[in-house]
Design a protein around this ligand. Structure first.
Ligand SMILES: [Zn+2]
Length: 280
């Protein structure tokens, strides 16, 4: 098992979003406890004051970004990065030293805690007037669950880059990370270093199908947990037991049974594949 923090990807973030929708939708914010001057890009001026009395109107996700929308058109963007977590609790008990931001709700029975041991996470308040500029600057691609097979094929076919780093690029397709890209490429029988423009349209369309299937199955299993990921109720995911190549280096390939899963480095990322099933 690995013990280095692994960044939550689309299925983990979607699991958090679904938990938030169940737990904090239409709740009114009573108080903001802020103890995180180090949080990246944090807009602190008036932050707590502006949030007080606001209702949570909806919760959205694009790629690995969570958007907590407020009833006045403002919103909070959360990016969990490596070790960030959003946890709902019953509003009782002391805070942890890694609890950087807490939203307390009017009912007094619940609160939302942003906890981040490594402090790389983002919890940013965006007033309604800055919404357009914010999304211009975010430069985010189409969400991996929303991109059509045609669009996916067209974009990847138009690039002359290695397929793995291309799929990891959030400005192209949003939501994929190291674990799911390795799994999707394995299922598609595509070598992680293959140049995207040289992959056939039929193969890319097949890859799109595997991408959707893998992500949906991981969401059904509440994501993958190796160490720190948990849903808003502090429960781990179960998808790690379904991974076929990731963290399986040295084991026999579950498809061909001939070769062992190999681990190499592609674009500075540990990459798992079967040399027999995924030829360059
Ligand atoms: Zn194989």
């Amino acid at each position: 098992m690995l013990f280095i923090p692994i960044m939550p990807e689309l299925p983990e973030v979607e699991t958090v979003v679904r938990g938030l929708r169940k737990g904090i939708l239409r709740r009114k914010i009573a108080k903001v406890v802020y103890c995180a001057p180090h949080l990246k890009k944090m807009n602190t001026r008036g932050f707590a004051r502006d949030l007080m009395g606001r209702n949570i109107s909806s919760i959205d996700r694009i790629g690995k970004n969570i958007f907590i929308n407020l009833d006045d058109g403002a919103f909070i963007q959360v990016h969990l990065r490596m070790t960030g977590r959003l946890i709902m609790d019953n509003g009782k008990g002391d805070y942890d030293c890694h609890d950087h931001l807490i939203l307390e709700f009017v009912d007094g029975k619940s609160r939302l805690v942003f906890r981040d041991v490594r402090k790389f996470g983002q919890f940013v308040y965006i007033p309604a007037g800055r919404k357009e500029r914010f999304f211009d600057e975010l430069k985010i691609g189409i969400d991996a669950l929303k991109i059509s097979a045609e669009e996916f094929t067209r974009i990847l076919k138009s690039k002359n880059r290695m397929i793995k780093p291309l799929l990891l690029d959030q400005s192209i397709v949003a939501g994929l990370g190291n674990i799911y890209v390795d799994e999707i490429l394995f299922k598609s029988r595509v070598h992680p270093q293959k140049i995207s423009s040289r992959i056939s349209a039929r193969k890319l369309s097949e890859m799109h199908r595997h991408m959707l299937k893998t992500l949906r199955s991981a969401i059904d299993n509440m994501g993958t947990t190796f160490d720190s990921f948990s849903n808003v109720n502090n429960e781990p995911g179960n998808f790690q037991s379904y991974l076929q190549v990731y963290a399986n280096a040295g084991n026999l390939c579950p498809r061909c049974g001939k070769n062992k899963i190999k681990k190499i480095v592609v674009a500075q990322r540990g990459t798992h594949y079967c040399p027999y099933c995924q030829k360059l």
